[in-house]
Design a protein around this ligand. Structure first.
Ligand code: NDP
Length: 293
């Protein structure tokens, strides 16, 4: 049996189109253009690529995009002053500070300074706490993307056994909460977990968010399971170019799983969900009903 490929590119494109439709409606009916401000500190090449792609896709969805590029040696107070300005700016509904930040800046202090209503990365403790408490919250984008990809295979995740490998604030932990909201039964695994292969073999839904190339092997996977591989690992290829591999041994898993994401499986979904969060934040700030995406 060969697994069905979960095409994150197509699913992300459909989601972006739905966001664009809702943005057009909000502009037409309420005269509000959702706006996203992205703050980039320094010139990390990978971060620059992400920021450029966010800018293009935000504009393509009909939203306003504001980019703020600060030097790598920016003083923390200057960064905090920019965030305070963006918090007050009525045309900005979403604020994203591209991570990782340089070591001279305290990431937690910066995230805590963002207005939770504009925290479209869902990392502010208010949003993380609300999500953990089962209340409405802005949720981190990659886990939101994982849920949408899973629901492209299963109309409902209710009662399914899920394993989330990884417990970061960015991916693993919020994904666990979102799966609970979907009434899945969730096992959370991490670097101290024992008998990971056996834990994994019980799961109908496998989420790998570890950052270890091809750690999850084909024989860990229950036949027919759905596998969402969040991992993006850059390895040197035979031709001297960089090769991208996930946290799952894709070729092995392909013969066992029922459905699986290729690498990078969730990347495009993350940006599409950022647009969703910006639209949701704009509607909530203006007291409008939740948009239909
Ligand atoms: P972190 O490094 O923050 O977290 C990794 C998690 O994996 C930790 O909880 C760690 O456990 C766990 N872990 C490490 N080693 C093992 C092991 N041997 N067995 C089981 N668990 C282990 O990574 P992120 O969550 O930020 O990212 C994970 C991966 O997802 C990376 O490859 C990253 O590039 C990718 N990613 C992709 C995104 C996208 O597609 N858009 C977005 C974000 C991330 P412990 O807590 O015990 O240390």
């Amino acid at each position: 049996m060969t697994a069905r490929i979960i095409d994150g590119k197509i699913i992300a494109a459909e989601l972006r189109a739905r966001v664009a439709g809702e943005v057009a409606r909000v502009v037409r009916e309420h005269g509000i253009t959702p706006g996203l401000a992205v703050v980039l500190v320094g010139s990390d090449p990978a971060s620059e690529i992400y920021v450029r792609s966010k800018h293009k896709q935000t504009q393509a969805a009909g939203m306003a995009s504001f980019e703020h590029v600060l030097p790598v040696d920016v003083a923390q107070d200057d960064l905090l002053a920019l965030i305070a300005r963006l918090n007050r700016d009525p045309v900005v509904h979403g604020i994203l500070v591209q991570l990782p930040l340089p070591k001279s800046v305290d990431t937690e202090t910066i995230i805590n300074a963002i207005d939770p209503a504009k925290d479209v990365d869902g990392l502010h403790p208010n949003n993380a706490g609300r999500l953990a408490g089962g209340f409405a919250a802005l949720s981190p984008c990659t886990p939101l993307g994982c849920i949408i990809l899973s629901k492209s295979v299963h109309a409902s995740l209710q009662g399914m056994n899920a394993i989330v490998i990884g417990r970061s604030n960015l991916v693993g932990r919020p994904l666990v909460q979102l799966l609970l909201n979907e009434n899945a039964t969730v096992t959370i695994a991490h670097s101290r977990s024992r008998e990971l292969a056996q834990l994994c073999a019980r799961a109908d839904l496998v989420y790998a968010a570890v950052g270890k190339p091809e750690m999850v092997r084909g024989d860990w996977i229950k036949p027919g399971a759905t596998v969402i591989d969040v991992g993006i690992n850059r390895l040197p290829g035979a031709d001297g170019k960089t090769r991208l591999v996930g946290d799952v041994a894709f070729q092995e898993a392909l013969n066992v799983a029922g459905a699986i994401t290729p690498v990078p499986g969730v990347g495009q979904m993350t940006v599409a969900c950022l647009l969703v969060n910006t639209l949701r934040a704009a509607c909530a700030i203006h007291g409008l009903p939740k948009p239909g995406v």
